[in-house]
Design a protein around this ligand. Structure first.
Ligand code: SF4
Length: 89
């Protein structure tokens, strides 16, 4: 947590009302994530936990659902017992 670039940022930045590519707030949140030293660990956690709201590891919920489908198949719900090789940016 101490290495997270979002420490000190407004948490609302990471929970935009409209969460899709091209939205200015999404772009600002991603800009913070992209300078974060724990981006991949954060993304991996969010994918594995089925975090379905907000920007985590520079990804939207829709991107994480796609990652879960690609990595684990089936419905995009929570996953357990498997790890994510977070290869995407
Ligand atoms: S990658 Fe995760 S920990 Fe880092 S700034 Fe983004 S939301 Fe915060």
């Amino acid at each position: 947590m101490r290495d997270a670039a979002c420490v000190g940022e407004d948490p609302e930045l990471f929970f935009p009302l409209i969460e899709r590519d091209g939205e200015p707030q999404v772009a600002r949140a991603r800009a913070v994530c992209r300078r974060c030293r724990v981006l991949l660990a954060c993304r991996r956690w969010a994918v594995e936990q089925g975090e379905d709201v907000g920007i985590w590891g520079a990804t939207t919920a829709a991107q994480r659902r796609a990652l879960r489908r690609e990595l684990f198949g089936g419905p995009a719900g929570r996953t357990t017992g498997r790890t994510v090789d977070a290869r995407r940016e």
